[in-house]
Design a protein. Structure first.
Length: 499
């Protein structure tokens, strides 16, 4: 039976494997909607190194896009292997952007948006990005996430550097699976070691907490309070900030008590990574999921200590004032936020060598211009579930009953699934999907409450009907690509607005 194939022209590439020159490409079977790996001009599939042959047609051999064949393609084309960040034109930093993909089908649309905005590499992309929590909820492994990104990169023929982010790692045992899968960017979340009660503890309690910190576990000693105060006051003077010595001394003590354990844990994670991945990696520190905003002195303390301990970090994600909730724009006073962003950026420039990172960065359209205004190119924006929401937008337009199923599940599961997120959607404002016309459904993706509820119930949705959602996207890949293109252009354009 002849297969009706659509070849992705950007994927057609010729390379060498051992002594063999091979022309390979990716195609889509229009009947099944599945992608297949093609090898051109070879009459004998048995002589090719690829696994799981499917069929032959017009002299070409076709194979499954499986993990074994992904590994072979990496041997042929080095640009399919993620690489750590480097500097851009003239040795300057370039903005970096993390594209989360909970379904494994979004990378082509991400690349199309990136090409539309940054064709010459003005933004460093991270196409494979997933946290341990997200992997647990989607049922995917680090290797599956990496392979899904590879097939998208191959389909689009993206040959510029790209990365893979092992996101929100909390313990050393999280590391090996991501290292083995080839990730290049490791985001450590020390939130469980941050003592937020230090914000209000009495003096004697603070001193006792600091004394109990296990610095000996990493063979180090903490910087002294006097030294930190001296360094911060000198920085304040150079920056023209009015800093009172007494308040700085008190703030330093609280910073020690609040973040000392976290700094120890970060150093421990970094050293474990050095042993597992001695060839090098990008390293991000994330303190954005703490109970209170990161003060300027706390940022200074964390960066100062990590530098002193030899932890080479590429980005740091503070918790900024206001609410950075999932899937919606910033909630708070922009006029009050901007000077805080400016001051955090000043601390970043003082130490140098890292980006100011914005987590829960998806759909924060009011923030991107402010971030770039004050941090310039030294910014990293991390997104996750917004690509999943665009998949639901496609479902709302093309398969309304599937979308109704997702919305009804969100009405049932939101109260439970929201517990691990900072969100404020009101379950009582979620509409009954059976009362809505098909025409009204796509617009719900722009409704605050619906958007957040759908965002945080993704794990429950994928467990119940993830296969149906993926089948829909596989049947309508161009629609998904177009939705992602439109959506991510809005995210990416502000990052290069001043180029």
């Amino acid at each position: 039976m002849a297969h009706n194939l659509k070849i992705y022209p950007n994927s057609i590439r010729t390379g060498r494997l051992a002594a063999n020159e091979l022309t390979v490409f990716l195609a889509r079977d229009e009947e099944s909607g599945e992608r297949v790996l093609g090898v051109r001009g070879s009459a004998d599939a048995a002589r090719l190194p690829f696994a799981q042959p499917l069929f032959s047609q017009d002299g070409d051999q076709f194979f499954a896009p499986n993990p074994e064949n992904a590994a072979i393609l990496r041997k042929i084309f080095s640009w399919l292997i993620p690489a750590p960040m480097n500097t851009g034109k003239g040795g300057e930093a370039v903005p970096s952007f993390g594209f989360g993909d909970r379904l494994g089908l979004a990378t082509p649309g991400h690349i199309q948006a990136l090409r539309a905005v940054s064709p010459a590499g003005e933004i460093y992309p991270i196409f494979a990005q997933q946290s341990v929590r997200e992997n647990a909820r989607t049922g995917r492994t680090p290797q599956q996430v990496m392979d899904d990104a590879l097939w998208g990169v191959f389909q689009e023929g993206w040959q510029q550097p790209w990365g893979g982010d092992a996101d929100h790692l909390k313990q050393v045992s999280d590391l090996p699976a991501f290292v083995q899968a080839g990730y290049t960017f490791f985001t450590v979340d020390p939130g469980e070691h941050v003592d937020s009660t230090a914000d209000t503890d009495e003096l004697q309690i603070l001193i006792a907490k600091i004394s109990a910190q296990p610095w000996e576990k990493i063979g180090e000693k903490s910087i002294s309070q006097d030294e930190l105060v001296e360094h911060y006051l000198a920085f304040c003077a150079s920056a023209g900030w009015p800093c009172d010595q007494t308040s700085v001394q008190q703030g330093a003590l609280r910073a020690f008590a609040k973040y000392g354990q976290a700094v120890i844990h970060i150093a421990k994670m970094y050293r474990a990574l050095q042993a597992l991945k001695p060839e090098g990696f990008d390293f991000e520190v994330s303190v954005d999921e703490t109970e209170t905003p990161t003060s300027l002195l706390e940022h200074f303390y964390i960066a100062s200590e990590l530098k002193r301990l030899g932890v080479k970090f590429n980005s740091l994600a503070p918790r900024f004032p206001g609410r950075f909730e999932k899937g919606v724009d910033y909630i708070g006073d922009l006029a009050a936020l901007e000077p805080e962003l400016a001051r955090h950026a000043a601390i970043m420039r003082h130490f140098g060598g890292y980006r100011l990172s914005l987590h829960s960065g998806s759909d924060k359209f009011s923030i991107y211009p402010l971030l770039v205004r004050h941090a310039g190119r030294s910014v990293h924006v991390k997104t996750a579930g917004t690509s999943y929401l665009e998949a639901l937008r496609v479902a709302a337009a093309l398969e309304p009953e599937l979308f109704r199923q997702a919305l009804e599940l969100a009405r049932q599961r939101y109260a439970t699934d929201r517990l691990t997120y900072h969100v404020s959607a009101n379950q009582g404002r979620l509409p009954d999907p059976q009362t809505l016309t098909d025409h009204a459904l796509p617009g719900l993706l722009d409704d605050f409450d619906v958007r957040q509820a759908l965002h945080v119930t993704f794990g429950s949705a994928l467990a119940d009907f993830g296969g149906e959602l993926k089948d829909m996207l596989t049947t309508h890949p161009e629609d998904y690509d177009r939705a992602l293109l439109k959506h991510f252009i809005r995210h990416l354009e502000p990052l290069v607005a001043n180029d």
